[in-house]
Design a protein. Structure first.
Length: 304
């Protein structure tokens, strides 16, 4: 699917024309891929990399354009079951146009950052900055979810919440790799700023993005280390909760066995004391109750 936009008076406006300043290809079909390869001279491997979630961020200089692959978090849905995924997107910068190739249909140019833009390279930098912002937002969500799971694990008897925590830890590994990959891309952009023809404002903005990505990287590392280092402790909590439950069940079983034993003895088909006694039934019941109370006192005395 193709969407086109034009850059006018510092704003990005959607256009009906097939050829414009900005062209966004969403999960391009075979016909659109051939158009990108043959008409715009995009490298086929680079084009495929823009749609490959496992591809690393990178930048390549082609004869007529600059190709950039960067990482961003995929929009979360309930079907993901607490698995936060990372996808790749491609930016192909020509002298007079910007081609964006992405696997999902999201609106790229909403929000205050895109209210005033002047160049295609500035749009490219703001798209990378937006991906860093999304990583930070997802990291905050992951932190909140992990805290809630920890509270549930403290009283859990099964592995459900622990498995959810494992899924979050796996997501953090992918996020760390993606943010590290974007960091290398930003450093490469800075080293090749003269080739890309960044102006002074864009260079200053690039420095700010590098700092933001570095902070995002440190935050992701902290969350990942916390999840990994405390995972064994949380698994032990689940096991300990199960042991406590089994101990309580054993105590209840023993408590029930004592009156059962007493009643069974008096129910044997042999001559036994109290068989002719008027209060025999209540004596047996009282003995059973006394045995249970004695066991409870003994259980509390030894601190079970």
């Amino acid at each position: 699917m193709l969407k086109t936009y034009k850059l006018q008076d510092g704003k990005i406006l959607e256009s009906c024309s097939e050829i414009n300043d900005i062209m966004v290809f969403v999960s391009p079909d075979e016909k659109e891929r051939q158009k990108l390869i043959e008409e715009y001279k995009l490298d086929e491997h680079t084009l495929n990399s823009a749609l490959d979630p496992d591809e690393l961020s990178r930048m390549e200089f082609e004869p007529e354009h600059i190709a950039i692959i960067y990482k961003r978090p995929r929009n979360y849905s309930s079907e993901d079951e607490l698995e936060f995924k990372v996808i790749s997107s491609g930016l192909f910068i020509f002298k007079d146009k910007l081609i964006i190739v992405q696997p999902d249909d999201i609106f790229l140019f909403n929000g205050k950052p895109f209210n005033k833009v002047t160049t295609l390279t500035e749009i490219m930098l703001k798209l990378i900055s937006r991906s860093i912002f999304h990583f930070l937002e997802h990291l905050r969500i992951i932190n909140v979810v992990s805290d809630k799971l920890e509270d549930k694990i403290n009283s859990a008897m099964e592995n459900k919440y622990l498995l959810n925590l494992f899924t979050l830890e796996k997501s953090m590994v992918y996020y760390l790799n993606a943010i590290d990959s974007n960091d290398m891309l930003l450093e490469k952009l800075k080293k090749n700023s003269s080739k890309i023809s960044f102006n002074s404002d864009e260079m200053e903005y690039l420095d700010d993005i590098i700092v933001e990505n570095s902070q995002c990287n440190r935050l992701a590392g902290i969350y990942s280390n916390i999840l990994a280092s405390l995972m064994d402790a949380r698994a032990s909590i689940v096991g300990n909760n199960l042991n406590v439950l089994m101990k309580r069940l054993n105590i209840i079983t023993i408590g029930i066995m004592l009156p059962t034993l007493i009643v069974s003895v008096f129910s044997m088909n042999v001559p036994i004391p109290l068989s002719e006694h008027t209060w025999a039934f209540w004596i047996i019941i009282g003995s059973s109750l006394a045995a249970v109370l004695g066991f409870v006192y003994f259980w509390r005395r030894i601190g079970w």
